[in-house]
Design a protein around this ligand. Structure first.
Ligand code: DGT
Ligand code: CA
Ligand code: CA
Length: 584
Protein backbone atom coordinates (compact mmCIF):
# COMPACT_ATOMS: atom_id res chain seq x y z
CA UNK A 1 0.00 0.00 0.00
CA UNK A 2 1.35 3.40 -0.85
CA UNK A 3 1.72 6.05 1.72
CA UNK A 4 -1.00 8.31 0.32
CA UNK A 5 -3.47 5.46 0.12
CA UNK A 6 -2.74 4.55 3.71
CA UNK A 7 -3.27 8.08 4.86
CA UNK A 8 -6.54 8.35 2.97
CA UNK A 9 -7.75 5.12 4.47
CA UNK A 10 -7.02 6.51 7.94
CA UNK A 11 -9.08 9.57 7.16
CA UNK A 12 -12.05 7.49 6.00
CA UNK A 13 -11.81 5.34 9.10
CA UNK A 14 -11.87 8.43 11.26
CA UNK A 15 -14.89 9.75 9.40
CA UNK A 16 -16.67 6.46 9.98
CA UNK A 17 -15.82 6.47 13.68
CA UNK A 18 -16.96 10.07 14.13
CA UNK A 19 -20.15 9.49 12.15
CA UNK A 20 -20.92 6.64 14.47
CA UNK A 21 -20.50 8.97 17.41
CA UNK A 22 -22.93 11.45 15.93
CA UNK A 23 -25.51 8.73 15.55
CA UNK A 24 -25.41 8.81 11.79
CA UNK A 25 -27.24 6.30 9.72
CA UNK A 26 -25.61 2.86 9.92
CA UNK A 27 -25.37 2.63 6.12
CA UNK A 28 -23.51 5.90 5.96
CA UNK A 29 -20.99 4.72 8.57
CA UNK A 30 -20.57 1.49 6.68
CA UNK A 31 -20.05 3.39 3.41
CA UNK A 32 -16.99 5.15 4.82
CA UNK A 33 -15.66 1.95 6.33
CA UNK A 34 -15.95 0.47 2.85
CA UNK A 35 -14.24 3.49 1.34
CA UNK A 36 -11.31 2.91 3.68
CA UNK A 37 -11.17 -0.74 2.67
CA UNK A 38 -11.35 0.15 -1.02
CA UNK A 39 -8.52 2.64 -0.74
CA UNK A 40 -6.42 0.13 1.16
CA UNK A 41 -7.05 -2.51 -1.47
CA UNK A 42 -6.31 -0.22 -4.41
CA UNK A 43 -3.24 -1.26 -6.35
CA UNK A 44 -2.53 2.16 -7.84
CA UNK A 45 -1.19 5.13 -5.92
CA UNK A 46 -4.33 7.30 -5.86
CA UNK A 47 -2.32 10.50 -6.01
CA UNK A 48 -0.97 9.45 -9.40
CA UNK A 49 -4.28 8.56 -11.02
CA UNK A 50 -5.98 11.14 -13.22
CA UNK A 51 -8.92 12.46 -11.20
CA UNK A 52 -11.43 11.21 -13.73
CA UNK A 53 -10.24 7.68 -13.17
CA UNK A 54 -10.72 7.62 -9.41
CA UNK A 55 -14.21 6.19 -9.75
CA UNK A 56 -12.78 3.33 -11.76
CA UNK A 57 -11.06 2.06 -8.62
CA UNK A 58 -13.10 -0.84 -7.23
CA UNK A 59 -15.28 0.33 -4.34
CA UNK A 60 -14.74 4.07 -4.96
CA UNK A 61 -17.92 5.92 -5.83
CA UNK A 62 -18.57 9.55 -6.76
CA UNK A 63 -18.69 10.84 -3.19
CA UNK A 64 -15.54 9.01 -2.11
CA UNK A 65 -13.72 10.19 -5.23
CA UNK A 66 -14.59 13.80 -4.42
CA UNK A 67 -13.18 13.46 -0.94
CA UNK A 68 -10.03 11.81 -2.24
CA UNK A 69 -9.55 14.68 -4.66
CA UNK A 70 -10.15 17.21 -1.91
CA UNK A 71 -7.60 15.55 0.32
CA UNK A 72 -5.03 15.41 -2.45
CA UNK A 73 -5.58 19.06 -3.37
CA UNK A 74 -5.88 20.66 0.04
CA UNK A 75 -4.70 18.13 2.63
CA UNK A 76 -8.11 18.26 4.31
CA UNK A 77 -11.57 16.83 3.93
CA UNK A 78 -14.38 19.20 4.85
CA UNK A 79 -16.64 16.51 6.23
CA UNK A 80 -13.88 15.27 8.53
CA UNK A 81 -13.14 18.77 9.80
CA UNK A 82 -16.85 19.33 10.47
CA UNK A 83 -17.10 16.09 12.37
CA UNK A 84 -14.00 16.80 14.40
CA UNK A 85 -15.53 20.14 15.35
CA UNK A 86 -18.87 18.56 16.19
CA UNK A 87 -17.65 15.71 18.37
CA UNK A 88 -15.99 17.12 21.47
CA UNK A 89 -12.56 15.86 22.39
CA UNK A 90 -14.05 14.67 25.67
CA UNK A 91 -16.42 12.32 23.93
CA UNK A 92 -13.62 10.86 21.91
CA UNK A 93 -11.78 10.37 25.18
CA UNK A 94 -14.79 8.63 26.70
CA UNK A 95 -14.79 6.00 23.99
CA UNK A 96 -11.40 4.87 25.29
CA UNK A 97 -13.22 3.41 28.28
CA UNK A 98 -13.60 -0.32 27.61
CA UNK A 99 -17.25 -1.23 27.28
CA UNK A 100 -18.41 2.33 26.62
CA UNK A 101 -19.81 2.57 23.11
CA UNK A 102 -20.14 5.70 20.99
CA UNK A 103 -23.87 6.15 21.55
CA UNK A 104 -23.60 6.07 25.31
CA UNK A 105 -20.58 8.37 25.21
CA UNK A 106 -22.53 10.91 23.23
CA UNK A 107 -25.53 10.68 25.56
CA UNK A 108 -23.36 11.08 28.64
CA UNK A 109 -21.97 14.17 27.03
CA UNK A 110 -25.23 15.68 25.78
CA UNK A 111 -27.44 14.83 28.72
CA UNK A 112 -25.06 14.95 31.68
CA UNK A 113 -22.32 17.23 30.39
CA UNK A 114 -19.74 14.50 30.91
CA UNK A 115 -16.73 15.29 28.76
CA UNK A 116 -13.83 13.52 30.39
CA UNK A 117 -13.02 10.26 32.09
CA UNK A 118 -12.83 12.09 35.42
CA UNK A 119 -16.29 13.53 34.85
CA UNK A 120 -17.62 10.07 34.21
CA UNK A 121 -16.20 8.83 37.47
CA UNK A 122 -17.80 11.74 39.31
CA UNK A 123 -21.15 11.19 37.58
CA UNK A 124 -21.09 7.52 38.56
CA UNK A 125 -20.26 8.39 42.17
CA UNK A 126 -23.09 10.90 42.29
CA UNK A 127 -25.56 8.31 40.97
CA UNK A 128 -26.39 10.47 37.96
CA UNK A 129 -25.70 7.88 35.30
CA UNK A 130 -28.44 5.51 36.40
CA UNK A 131 -30.99 8.28 35.99
CA UNK A 132 -30.57 8.30 32.23
CA UNK A 133 -33.30 6.33 30.57
CA UNK A 134 -32.14 2.89 29.59
CA UNK A 135 -29.08 3.03 31.84
CA UNK A 136 -29.50 1.21 35.13
CA UNK A 137 -27.29 -0.17 37.83
CA UNK A 138 -26.08 -2.84 35.39
CA UNK A 139 -24.68 -0.15 33.13
CA UNK A 140 -23.12 1.54 36.10
CA UNK A 141 -21.28 -1.63 37.01
CA UNK A 142 -20.10 -2.07 33.47
CA UNK A 143 -18.82 1.50 33.29
CA UNK A 144 -17.07 1.20 36.62
CA UNK A 145 -15.36 -1.97 35.47
CA UNK A 146 -14.32 -0.15 32.31
CA UNK A 147 -12.87 2.71 34.31
CA UNK A 148 -10.93 0.28 36.45
CA UNK A 149 -9.43 -1.26 33.36
CA UNK A 150 -8.59 2.11 31.92
CA UNK A 151 -7.00 2.94 35.27
CA UNK A 152 -4.93 -0.19 34.94
CA UNK A 153 -3.20 1.37 31.98
CA UNK A 154 -3.09 4.91 33.27
CA UNK A 155 -2.00 4.29 36.83
CA UNK A 156 -0.71 0.81 37.41
CA UNK A 157 2.30 0.71 35.17
CA UNK A 158 3.97 -2.67 35.32
CA UNK A 159 7.68 -3.20 35.98
CA UNK A 160 9.30 -3.67 32.60
CA UNK A 161 10.51 -7.20 33.31
CA UNK A 162 6.97 -8.39 34.00
CA UNK A 163 5.65 -6.79 30.83
CA UNK A 164 8.62 -8.22 28.98
CA UNK A 165 7.68 -11.75 29.98
CA UNK A 166 4.16 -11.29 28.65
CA UNK A 167 5.41 -9.62 25.47
CA UNK A 168 7.89 -12.42 24.83
CA UNK A 169 5.09 -14.96 24.99
CA UNK A 170 2.85 -12.93 22.68
CA UNK A 171 5.65 -12.39 20.17
CA UNK A 172 6.76 -16.01 20.25
CA UNK A 173 3.23 -17.16 19.47
CA UNK A 174 3.05 -14.92 16.40
CA UNK A 175 6.63 -15.56 15.29
CA UNK A 176 5.75 -19.20 14.73
CA UNK A 177 3.25 -18.37 12.00
CA UNK A 178 4.13 -18.69 8.31
CA UNK A 179 2.46 -15.39 7.47
CA UNK A 180 4.47 -13.37 10.00
CA UNK A 181 7.83 -12.10 8.75
CA UNK A 182 8.83 -10.06 11.79
CA UNK A 183 7.38 -9.45 15.21
CA UNK A 184 8.68 -7.16 17.93
CA UNK A 185 7.37 -5.52 21.08
CA UNK A 186 7.88 -1.80 20.43
CA UNK A 187 6.83 1.13 22.66
CA UNK A 188 8.26 1.81 26.10
CA UNK A 189 9.18 -1.86 26.42
CA UNK A 190 11.67 -1.62 23.57
CA UNK A 191 13.03 1.61 25.01
CA UNK A 192 13.30 -0.18 28.35
CA UNK A 193 11.47 2.30 30.48
CA UNK A 194 11.44 1.02 34.05
CA UNK A 195 7.67 0.65 33.94
CA UNK A 196 5.39 -0.03 31.01
CA UNK A 197 1.85 1.22 30.44
CA UNK A 198 0.97 -1.19 27.67
CA UNK A 199 2.66 -3.52 25.23
CA UNK A 200 2.78 -2.49 21.57
CA UNK A 201 3.28 -5.58 19.44
CA UNK A 202 4.22 -4.86 15.86
CA UNK A 203 4.23 -7.56 13.19
CA UNK A 204 5.07 -7.54 9.50
CA UNK A 205 3.26 -9.70 6.99
CA UNK A 206 3.16 -9.96 3.20
CA UNK A 207 -0.40 -11.20 3.32
CA UNK A 208 -3.80 -10.42 4.81
CA UNK A 209 -3.52 -9.26 8.41
CA UNK A 210 -6.95 -10.47 9.51
CA UNK A 211 -5.89 -14.04 10.39
CA UNK A 212 -2.97 -12.70 12.43
CA UNK A 213 -5.26 -10.42 14.40
CA UNK A 214 -7.65 -13.32 14.95
CA UNK A 215 -4.86 -15.58 16.16
CA UNK A 216 -3.66 -12.88 18.54
CA UNK A 217 -7.11 -12.59 20.09
CA UNK A 218 -7.27 -16.36 20.52
CA UNK A 219 -4.00 -16.70 22.44
CA UNK A 220 -4.30 -18.36 25.84
CA UNK A 221 -2.68 -15.37 27.48
CA UNK A 222 -5.55 -13.15 26.41
CA UNK A 223 -8.07 -12.61 29.15
CA UNK A 224 -10.29 -10.19 27.28
CA UNK A 225 -10.56 -8.56 23.88
CA UNK A 226 -10.98 -4.78 24.06
CA UNK A 227 -10.74 -3.84 20.39
CA UNK A 228 -11.10 -6.24 17.49
CA UNK A 229 -10.37 -4.02 14.53
CA UNK A 230 -8.97 -4.81 11.14
CA UNK A 231 -5.80 -2.85 11.74
CA UNK A 232 -5.53 -2.81 15.48
CA UNK A 233 -6.33 -5.38 18.11
CA UNK A 234 -6.24 -4.55 21.80
CA UNK A 235 -6.43 -7.21 24.46
CA UNK A 236 -6.00 -7.55 28.18
CA UNK A 237 -3.50 -10.12 29.33
CA UNK A 238 -2.28 -11.19 32.70
CA UNK A 239 -2.38 -8.60 35.51
CA UNK A 240 -4.56 -6.27 33.47
CA UNK A 241 -1.69 -5.59 31.11
CA UNK A 242 -3.02 -4.29 27.82
CA UNK A 243 -1.38 -5.38 24.60
CA UNK A 244 -2.03 -3.87 21.18
CA UNK A 245 -1.22 -5.57 17.90
CA UNK A 246 -0.62 -3.80 14.64
CA UNK A 247 0.33 -5.57 11.44
CA UNK A 248 2.15 -3.74 8.64
CA UNK A 249 3.68 -4.72 5.34
CA UNK A 250 7.43 -5.48 5.32
CA UNK A 251 7.74 -2.45 3.06
CA UNK A 252 6.62 -0.19 5.94
CA UNK A 253 8.41 -2.12 8.70
CA UNK A 254 11.14 0.37 9.49
CA UNK A 255 8.84 3.39 9.57
CA UNK A 256 6.27 1.57 11.70
CA UNK A 257 8.95 0.37 14.09
CA UNK A 258 10.29 3.90 14.54
CA UNK A 259 6.80 5.25 15.05
CA UNK A 260 5.58 2.65 17.54
CA UNK A 261 8.84 2.52 19.46
CA UNK A 262 8.53 6.21 20.24
CA UNK A 263 8.96 7.94 22.47
CA UNK A 264 6.36 10.40 21.44
CA UNK A 265 8.84 13.23 22.12
CA UNK A 266 11.45 11.54 19.95
CA UNK A 267 8.91 11.05 17.16
CA UNK A 268 7.92 14.67 17.26
CA UNK A 269 11.55 15.75 17.09
CA UNK A 270 12.38 13.65 14.03
CA UNK A 271 9.12 14.56 12.36
CA UNK A 272 10.07 18.23 12.63
CA UNK A 273 13.40 17.34 11.10
CA UNK A 274 11.57 15.66 8.23
CA UNK A 275 9.40 18.71 7.64
CA UNK A 276 12.47 20.95 7.43
CA UNK A 277 13.74 18.65 4.70
CA UNK A 278 10.51 18.82 2.71
CA UNK A 279 9.53 15.35 3.91
CA UNK A 280 6.61 13.87 5.78
CA UNK A 281 7.18 11.12 8.34
CA UNK A 282 4.50 8.84 9.68
CA UNK A 283 4.07 5.16 10.52
CA UNK A 284 3.94 4.23 6.83
CA UNK A 285 7.11 5.88 5.72
CA UNK A 286 9.12 8.93 4.99
CA UNK A 287 7.77 10.59 1.86
CA UNK A 288 8.34 13.76 -0.08
CA UNK A 289 5.81 16.39 0.95
CA UNK A 290 5.29 17.74 -2.58
CA UNK A 291 4.51 14.59 -4.53
CA UNK A 292 4.14 12.04 -1.69
CA UNK A 293 6.73 9.77 -3.26
CA UNK A 294 8.21 7.34 -0.76
CA UNK A 295 11.79 8.06 0.32
CA UNK A 296 12.41 5.42 2.99
CA UNK A 297 10.40 2.95 5.03
CA UNK A 298 11.82 -0.57 4.94
CA UNK A 299 14.29 -0.49 7.81
CA UNK A 300 14.79 1.84 10.74
CA UNK A 301 18.29 2.61 9.52
CA UNK A 302 16.88 3.63 6.11
CA UNK A 303 14.46 6.05 7.73
CA UNK A 304 17.10 7.61 9.99
CA UNK A 305 19.64 7.78 7.17
CA UNK A 306 17.19 9.65 4.94
CA UNK A 307 16.94 12.22 7.74
CA UNK A 308 20.75 12.50 7.91
CA UNK A 309 20.83 10.57 11.15
CA UNK A 310 22.72 7.53 12.34
CA UNK A 311 20.51 4.74 13.64
CA UNK A 312 19.58 5.61 17.20
CA UNK A 313 19.39 2.83 19.80
CA UNK A 314 15.83 2.55 21.19
CA UNK A 315 17.06 3.05 24.75
CA UNK A 316 18.09 6.60 23.81
CA UNK A 317 14.88 7.65 22.06
CA UNK A 318 13.57 10.10 24.64
CA UNK A 319 14.47 13.41 23.01
CA UNK A 320 17.25 14.12 25.47
CA UNK A 321 19.92 14.99 22.92
CA UNK A 322 20.05 11.77 20.90
CA UNK A 323 18.85 13.37 17.66
CA UNK A 324 21.57 16.02 17.82
CA UNK A 325 24.17 13.35 18.65
CA UNK A 326 23.10 11.21 15.69
CA UNK A 327 23.41 14.05 13.18
CA UNK A 328 25.34 13.16 10.02
CA UNK A 329 24.47 16.24 7.96
CA UNK A 330 27.26 17.19 5.54
CA UNK A 331 29.29 14.15 6.48
CA UNK A 332 29.40 15.00 10.17
CA UNK A 333 30.45 12.09 12.42
CA UNK A 334 27.72 11.19 14.91
CA UNK A 335 28.59 11.52 18.59
CA UNK A 336 26.29 8.84 19.95
CA UNK A 337 27.85 7.06 22.93
CA UNK A 338 29.18 3.50 22.80
CA UNK A 339 26.56 2.20 25.20
CA UNK A 340 27.32 -0.32 27.92
CA UNK A 341 26.14 -3.85 27.12
CA UNK A 342 25.70 -6.89 29.33
CA UNK A 343 28.85 -8.47 27.89
CA UNK A 344 30.92 -5.48 29.08
CA UNK A 345 30.40 -6.41 32.70
CA UNK A 346 33.40 -8.17 34.21
CA UNK A 347 32.09 -8.53 37.72
CA UNK A 348 29.16 -8.17 40.06
CA UNK A 349 29.67 -6.07 43.17
CA UNK A 350 26.43 -6.79 45.04
CA UNK A 351 25.08 -10.29 45.69
CA UNK A 352 23.99 -12.57 48.51
CA UNK A 353 24.54 -16.11 49.72
CA UNK A 354 22.66 -18.17 52.29
CA UNK A 355 25.04 -16.89 54.95
CA UNK A 356 22.47 -14.16 55.48
CA UNK A 357 18.87 -15.10 56.13
CA UNK A 358 17.34 -14.09 52.83
CA UNK A 359 19.95 -15.68 50.55
CA UNK A 360 18.61 -18.74 48.73
CA UNK A 361 21.80 -20.37 47.45
CA UNK A 362 25.14 -21.35 48.94
CA UNK A 363 28.24 -19.31 48.25
CA UNK A 364 29.78 -22.05 46.01
CA UNK A 365 26.51 -22.26 44.05
CA UNK A 366 26.41 -18.49 43.53
CA UNK A 367 30.04 -18.46 42.45
CA UNK A 368 29.47 -21.30 40.00
CA UNK A 369 26.55 -19.41 38.48
CA UNK A 370 28.58 -16.19 38.24
CA UNK A 371 31.39 -18.12 36.55
CA UNK A 372 28.93 -19.67 34.12
CA UNK A 373 27.60 -16.19 33.41
CA UNK A 374 31.05 -15.20 32.16
CA UNK A 375 32.07 -12.96 35.08
CA UNK A 376 35.62 -12.78 36.36
CA UNK A 377 34.88 -11.55 39.88
CA UNK A 378 32.03 -11.60 42.36
CA UNK A 379 31.52 -9.73 45.60
CA UNK A 380 29.50 -11.62 48.18
CA UNK A 381 27.78 -8.83 50.08
CA UNK A 382 25.60 -10.50 52.68
CA UNK A 383 23.51 -8.32 54.98
CA UNK A 384 25.08 -6.94 58.13
CA UNK A 385 23.55 -7.29 61.59
CA UNK A 386 21.63 -4.00 61.57
CA UNK A 387 19.00 -5.72 59.45
CA UNK A 388 17.62 -7.73 62.39
CA UNK A 389 15.97 -10.61 60.52
CA UNK A 390 18.72 -11.44 58.10
CA UNK A 391 21.92 -9.79 59.17
CA UNK A 392 25.28 -11.26 60.17
CA UNK A 393 27.34 -9.97 63.10
CA UNK A 394 31.12 -9.48 63.19
CA UNK A 395 31.77 -13.04 64.38
CA UNK A 396 29.50 -14.38 61.67
CA UNK A 397 31.48 -12.52 59.03
CA UNK A 398 34.72 -13.95 60.53
CA UNK A 399 33.34 -17.47 60.06
CA UNK A 400 32.15 -16.59 56.57
CA UNK A 401 35.68 -15.36 55.84
CA UNK A 402 36.92 -18.94 56.31
CA UNK A 403 34.26 -20.21 53.93
CA UNK A 404 35.31 -17.63 51.37
CA UNK A 405 38.92 -18.75 51.69
CA UNK A 406 37.83 -22.32 51.02
CA UNK A 407 35.66 -21.26 48.09
CA UNK A 408 38.56 -19.39 46.53
CA UNK A 409 40.36 -22.74 46.21
CA UNK A 410 37.61 -24.09 44.02
CA UNK A 411 36.78 -21.23 41.66
CA UNK A 412 38.55 -19.30 38.93
CA UNK A 413 36.62 -16.18 39.97
CA UNK A 414 38.16 -13.51 42.14
CA UNK A 415 35.92 -13.50 45.22
CA UNK A 416 35.57 -10.20 47.04
CA UNK A 417 34.78 -10.50 50.73
CA UNK A 418 31.94 -8.01 50.89
CA UNK A 419 29.08 -6.73 52.98
CA UNK A 420 25.85 -4.85 52.49
CA UNK A 421 25.81 -2.40 55.35
CA UNK A 422 22.74 -0.66 56.68
CA UNK A 423 22.71 3.09 56.76
CA UNK A 424 21.00 3.43 60.12
CA UNK A 425 19.20 6.52 61.43
CA UNK A 426 21.58 9.49 61.56
CA UNK A 427 23.78 7.78 58.98
CA UNK A 428 25.58 5.38 61.34
CA UNK A 429 26.71 1.97 60.00
CA UNK A 430 26.52 -1.52 61.53
CA UNK A 431 30.21 -1.84 62.34
CA UNK A 432 33.15 0.20 63.54
CA UNK A 433 35.95 0.98 61.16
CA UNK A 434 38.25 -1.79 62.47
CA UNK A 435 35.63 -4.38 61.45
CA UNK A 436 34.90 -2.62 58.16
CA UNK A 437 38.61 -2.59 57.30
CA UNK A 438 38.60 -6.39 57.00
CA UNK A 439 36.24 -6.39 54.03
CA UNK A 440 37.36 -6.10 50.41
CA UNK A 441 34.23 -4.25 49.33
CA UNK A 442 31.41 -2.52 51.23
CA UNK A 443 28.02 -1.52 49.85
CA UNK A 444 25.95 0.71 52.11
CA UNK A 445 22.22 1.10 51.67
CA UNK A 446 19.15 2.47 53.39
CA UNK A 447 16.70 -0.26 54.44
CA UNK A 448 14.82 1.44 57.26
CA UNK A 449 13.15 4.80 57.91
CA UNK A 450 12.29 5.24 54.26
CA UNK A 451 9.80 8.00 54.97
CA UNK A 452 12.19 10.77 55.95
CA UNK A 453 12.44 14.03 54.08
CA UNK A 454 15.00 14.75 51.38
CA UNK A 455 17.36 16.66 53.66
CA UNK A 456 17.47 13.85 56.22
CA UNK A 457 17.90 11.05 53.66
CA UNK A 458 20.61 13.03 51.91
CA UNK A 459 22.44 13.60 55.17
CA UNK A 460 22.30 9.87 56.04
CA UNK A 461 23.78 9.00 52.67
CA UNK A 462 26.45 11.69 52.92
CA UNK A 463 27.49 10.24 56.28
CA UNK A 464 27.93 6.83 54.67
CA UNK A 465 29.87 8.25 51.74
CA UNK A 466 32.22 9.98 54.18
CA UNK A 467 33.21 6.61 55.63
CA UNK A 468 36.55 5.50 54.13
CA UNK A 469 35.39 1.88 53.88
CA UNK A 470 32.11 2.45 52.06
CA UNK A 471 32.67 1.80 48.36
CA UNK A 472 29.19 2.06 46.89
CA UNK A 473 25.71 3.26 47.82
CA UNK A 474 23.28 0.43 47.08
CA UNK A 475 19.87 0.99 45.44
CA UNK A 476 20.24 4.72 46.05
CA UNK A 477 16.61 5.89 45.89
CA UNK A 478 14.94 2.86 47.48
CA UNK A 479 12.22 2.72 44.87
CA UNK A 480 10.23 -0.47 44.24
CA UNK A 481 8.75 -0.46 40.78
CA UNK A 482 4.97 -0.61 40.83
CA UNK A 483 5.01 -0.44 44.65
CA UNK A 484 6.64 2.65 46.03
CA UNK A 485 8.51 5.63 44.64
CA UNK A 486 12.02 6.35 45.78
CA UNK A 487 12.73 8.82 48.54
CA UNK A 488 13.69 12.32 47.49
CA UNK A 489 17.37 13.11 47.53
CA UNK A 490 19.45 16.20 47.08
CA UNK A 491 21.42 14.58 44.33
CA UNK A 492 23.87 17.39 43.69
CA UNK A 493 25.41 17.10 47.15
CA UNK A 494 25.58 13.33 46.88
CA UNK A 495 27.26 13.42 43.48
CA UNK A 496 29.82 15.89 44.67
CA UNK A 497 30.65 13.76 47.71
CA UNK A 498 30.88 10.61 45.60
CA UNK A 499 33.18 12.28 43.09
CA UNK A 500 35.43 13.70 45.79
CA UNK A 501 35.76 10.46 47.74
CA UNK A 502 35.75 7.91 44.93
CA UNK A 503 32.50 6.31 46.09
CA UNK A 504 30.35 4.61 43.47
CA UNK A 505 26.60 4.80 43.05
CA UNK A 506 24.97 1.48 42.31
CA UNK A 507 22.59 0.88 39.49
CA UNK A 508 20.74 -2.04 41.01
CA UNK A 509 19.69 -4.41 38.23
CA UNK A 510 16.97 -6.20 40.16
CA UNK A 511 13.89 -5.90 37.90
CA UNK A 512 11.83 -4.83 40.90
CA UNK A 513 14.17 -1.89 41.48
CA UNK A 514 16.21 -0.69 38.47
CA UNK A 515 17.53 1.88 40.89
CA UNK A 516 19.19 4.47 39.88
CA UNK A 517 16.49 6.04 37.75
CA UNK A 518 17.65 7.21 34.33
CA UNK A 519 17.91 10.94 34.96
CA UNK A 520 19.89 10.44 38.17
CA UNK A 521 22.23 7.91 36.57
CA UNK A 522 22.93 10.26 33.72
CA UNK A 523 23.74 13.11 36.06
CA UNK A 524 25.99 10.78 38.03
CA UNK A 525 28.14 9.74 35.10
CA UNK A 526 28.20 13.32 33.82
CA UNK A 527 29.59 14.33 37.22
CA UNK A 528 32.35 11.74 36.86
CA UNK A 529 30.93 9.43 39.53
CA UNK A 530 31.58 5.71 39.13
CA UNK A 531 28.53 3.55 38.58
CA UNK A 532 28.37 -0.08 39.52
CA UNK A 533 25.86 -2.27 37.72
CA UNK A 534 24.90 -4.98 40.17
CA UNK A 535 22.51 -7.88 40.47
CA UNK A 536 21.61 -7.81 44.18
CA UNK A 537 21.09 -11.53 43.46
CA UNK A 538 19.66 -13.61 46.29
CA UNK A 539 19.42 -16.74 44.09
CA UNK A 540 21.45 -18.12 41.20
CA UNK A 541 18.90 -17.24 38.52
CA UNK A 542 19.00 -13.62 39.64
CA UNK A 543 22.48 -13.22 38.20
CA UNK A 544 20.54 -12.54 35.01
CA UNK A 545 19.76 -9.16 36.60
CA UNK A 546 23.09 -7.97 35.22
CA UNK A 547 21.60 -7.84 31.75
CA UNK A 548 18.63 -5.80 32.99
CA UNK A 549 20.97 -3.42 34.76
CA UNK A 550 23.25 -2.95 31.77
CA UNK A 551 20.46 -2.41 29.30
CA UNK A 552 18.64 -0.07 31.64
CA UNK A 553 21.87 1.90 32.10
CA UNK A 554 21.87 2.59 28.37
CA UNK A 555 18.97 4.96 28.91
CA UNK A 556 21.37 7.14 30.90
CA UNK A 557 23.89 7.12 28.01
CA UNK A 558 26.29 5.09 30.14
CA UNK A 559 29.48 3.81 28.51
CA UNK A 560 31.65 0.93 29.80
CA UNK A 561 34.41 3.32 30.90
CA UNK A 562 31.99 4.86 33.40
CA UNK A 563 31.11 1.59 35.09
CA UNK A 564 33.43 0.23 37.76
CA UNK A 565 32.14 -3.31 37.35
CA UNK A 566 33.14 -3.17 33.67
CA UNK A 567 36.76 -2.79 34.83
CA UNK A 568 39.09 -5.62 35.85
CA UNK A 569 39.15 -6.58 39.52
CA UNK A 570 42.56 -4.95 39.98
CA UNK A 571 41.00 -1.60 39.16
CA UNK A 572 38.23 -2.21 41.70
CA UNK A 573 40.81 -2.99 44.38
CA UNK A 574 42.72 0.13 43.42
CA UNK A 575 39.62 2.33 43.75
CA UNK A 576 38.97 0.80 47.19
CA UNK A 577 42.56 1.39 48.30
CA UNK A 578 42.61 4.96 47.04
CA UNK A 579 39.53 5.92 49.03
CA UNK A 580 40.99 4.41 52.20
CA UNK A 581 44.26 6.24 51.68
CA UNK A 582 42.49 9.49 51.06
CA UNK A 583 40.11 9.36 54.03
CA UNK A 584 41.43 6.98 56.65
P1 DGT B 1 3.59 3.45 27.76
O1 DGT B 1 2.77 2.48 27.01
O2 DGT B 1 2.79 4.47 28.48
O3 DGT B 1 4.57 2.78 28.68
O4 DGT B 1 4.51 4.29 26.73
P2 DGT B 1 4.68 4.11 25.15
O5 DGT B 1 5.82 4.96 24.77
O6 DGT B 1 4.74 2.68 24.79
O7 DGT B 1 3.40 4.82 24.58
P3 DGT B 1 2.11 4.27 23.83
O8 DGT B 1 1.86 2.82 24.10
O9 DGT B 1 1.01 5.21 24.17
O10 DGT B 1 2.45 4.48 22.30
C1 DGT B 1 3.43 3.69 21.66
C2 DGT B 1 4.24 4.55 20.75
O11 DGT B 1 3.43 5.07 19.70
C3 DGT B 1 4.81 5.79 21.41
O12 DGT B 1 6.02 5.51 22.08
C4 DGT B 1 5.01 6.70 20.24
C5 DGT B 1 3.85 6.37 19.36
N1 DGT B 1 2.78 7.34 19.59
C6 DGT B 1 1.67 7.16 20.28
N2 DGT B 1 0.90 8.24 20.27
C7 DGT B 1 1.57 9.16 19.55
C8 DGT B 1 1.30 10.52 19.17
O13 DGT B 1 0.28 11.10 19.51
N3 DGT B 1 2.23 11.14 18.41
C9 DGT B 1 3.39 10.51 18.03
N4 DGT B 1 4.27 11.18 17.30
N5 DGT B 1 3.66 9.26 18.37
C10 DGT B 1 2.78 8.59 19.12
CA1 CA C 1 3.13 1.17 25.21
CA1 CA D 1 -0.05 1.42 23.17
Amino acid sequence: MTWVNAELAERFDEIAALLELTDADRHRVRAYERAAEAVRAASADLSELPRAELTAVPGVGRSTADKIAQHLDTGRIDLLEELRARVPEGVRELTRVPGLGPKTAMRLHDELGVDSVEDLRAALDAGRVRELSGLGTKSEERLRAGLDRLGAKDQQRLPVAEAHAVAEALCAALAGRDDVVEVVAAGSLRRLRATVGDVDVLAASETDAAPIHAAFRDLDLVAEVLVAGERKTSVLTRRHLQADLRVVSPQAWGAALVYFTGSKAHNIRIRERAVRRGLTLNEYGLARSDDASLVASRTEADVYAALDLAWIPPTLREDTGEVEAADTTDGRAPTLPRLVEPADLQGDLHGHSDWSGDGKASLPAMLAAADEGGLSYWAVTDHAVGLPMNGIDAEGFARRREAIAAARETTALAVLDGVELNILGEGALDFDDDVLARFDWCVAAIHTQLEQDAATQTERILQAIANPFVNAIGHPTGRRLGQRPGYDLELEAILQACAETGTALELNGSPSRLDLPTDLARRAVDAGVWLTISTDAHATHELANLAWGARYAQRAWVTPEQVLSCQPVERVRQVVAEKRERLA
